[in-house]
Design a protein around this ligand. Structure first.
Ligand code: ADP
Ligand code: ASP
Ligand code: MG
Length: 411
């Protein structure tokens, strides 16, 4: 008999019928003798609906009030699920993040969990109850409601599993595991039985939204066994685990590329005619950082005539702000024009096998060239190669790369 933290995502609790189906599942685990802590998301579409209401009032509403608003979505689900469990004779009790309490810092809309007091949860488990906790939310030292960023219920689940030393954190969602790429855009995508934390972290950071990146970070740091499973059908799912050497990068079985991730959330800025002098990159990027805008890929061209071009990407939501900051910098450093392009996408190949294989980049570039897809920027890490391309070719690029690296399922 084990202690499991089970997180059910938005689609899995998207209607009263689906909440009843989750209740059946959870009651079944209880009947088998397991201790269960459930973490739920808001019903699908609810968080977006709430954000839409706020934006009807103001484009960027006060972050503290935003958290008070969006945290209500999860509060609805915990209550409904507990009612459905009790109807089945399964004792259950709901908790908001503040009630647990899940203590976070005060960075509203992107707070980080600092500590979890599991005393009340333990008492409920000991009394034979299922505990149902609202995902995505916490509370800061002053008692303000905070939220953990989009997709944050994954992180709530992992953090609770770590604090409770659960046997496994199970992420129940609308796909039956982590795939070689998003199965919604590539029919040949295959479910992975296992993926390393390192690869999952890279996949998540390159845009695979199946797990929130912080959840993977947390699970890696506290060695929480993490599994992604389907809410709708039975199966082993995908285990996210530490690399066990013998099956590691030198094994014959190990594919060079384990997965392909993509991201449509970035936009590109170019500043041209920049004087090619020491310290200029810092002078260009410092004001962007000071404006709290994160920069991802950066490329600087070799200088000709003593001037150079610099291109970098930011989150699409930040493009207008970043362009305004960069235009001011262009005046300050006597550079030329500033251009912005938000019709770009990033496609990344990820795999620990890349460390021990040559020629991965050329295979990638040849596959893209064969489809006439122009590469605008390139960035690499030890286990990843990412390219920026025209957004129109994103799906084509993903499918071509999936095939080129032998990831397509057999017909
Ligand atoms: P939930 O609401 O349960 O949190 P999400 O929508 O956040 O679910 O995550 C599940 C979705 O992630 C899937 O429906 C799928 O489209 C997408 N996804 C992206 N990349 C992958 C991948 N490599 N493997 C599986 N799913 C992926
Ligand atoms: N409801 C939140 C969101 O939509 C958190 C989550 O579902 O993980 O982002
Ligand atoms: Mg999610």
């Amino acid at each position: 008999m084990g202690l499991y933290v089970q997180k059910y995502g938005g689609t899995s609790v998207g209607s009263v019928e689906r909440i009843e189906a989750v209740a059946n599942k959870v009651a079944g685990f209880r009947a088998d003798g397991h201790d269960i802590v459930v973490v739920v998301s808001a019903m699908s579409g609810e968080t977006n609906r709430l954000i839409g209401l706020a934006q009807g009032i103001q484009e960027t509403p006060d972050p503290r009030e935003m958290d008070v608003l969006v945290s209500t979505g999860e509060q609805v689900t915990i209550a409904l699920l507990c009612m459905a469990l009790k109807k089945r004779g399964c004792e259950a009790r709901s908790y908001t993040g503040g009630q647990v309490k899940i203590l976070t810092d005060s960075s509203h809309t992107k707070a980080r969990i600092q500590d979890i007091d599991v005393t009340p949860i333990r008492a409920d488990i000991d009394a034979g109850r299922v505990v149902v906790v609202a995902g995505f939310q916490g509370v800061d030292e002053q008692g303000n409601i905070t939220t953990l960023g989009r997709g944050g219920s994954d992180t709530s689940g992992v953090a609770l599993a770590a604090a409770l030393k659960a046997d496994e954190c199970q992420i129940y969602t609308d796909v039956d595991g982590v795939y070689t790429t998003d199965p919604r855009i590539c029919d040949g995508a295959q479910r992975l039985d296992k993926i390393t934390f390192e690869e999952m972290l890279e996949m998540a950071s390159q845009g695979s939204k199946v797990l929130q990146i912080r959840a993977v970070e947390f699970a890696g740091k506290y060695a929480v066994p993490l599994r992604v499973l389907s809410s709708f059908k039975d199966g082993p799912g995908t285990l996210i685990a530490v690399d066990e050497g013998d099956e590691g990068e030198n094994s014959v079985e190990q594919p060079v590329v384990s997965g392909i991730a993509f991201n449509r959330d970035e936009a590109k800025l170019t500043i041209s005619g920049v004087p090619d002098t020491p310290g200029i990159a810092a002078r260009i990027l410092a004001p962007i950082g000071a404006a709290n805008i994160e920069v991802d890929v950066i490329v600087q061209n070799t200088a000709s005539d003593g001037t150079t071009d610099m291109t970098f990407t930011v989150h699409r939501n930040d493009i207008a702000k970043a362009k305004a900051v960069l235009e001011q910098t262009a005046l300050d450093v006597a550079a030329g024009a500033v251009r912005a392009d938000d019709k770009i996408a990033k496609v990344s190949i990820v795999g620990v096998g890349m460390r021990s294989h040559a020629g991965v980049a050329s295979t990638m570039f040849e596959a893209l060239a064969a489809d006439n897809i122009n590469i605008q920027m390139i960035t690499t890490s030890e286990i990843k190669i990412a390219v920026i391309i025209d957004e129109r070719y994103l799906e084509l690029a993903v499918r071509s790369l999936h095939k080129a690296f032998g990831l397509d399922a057999a017909e």
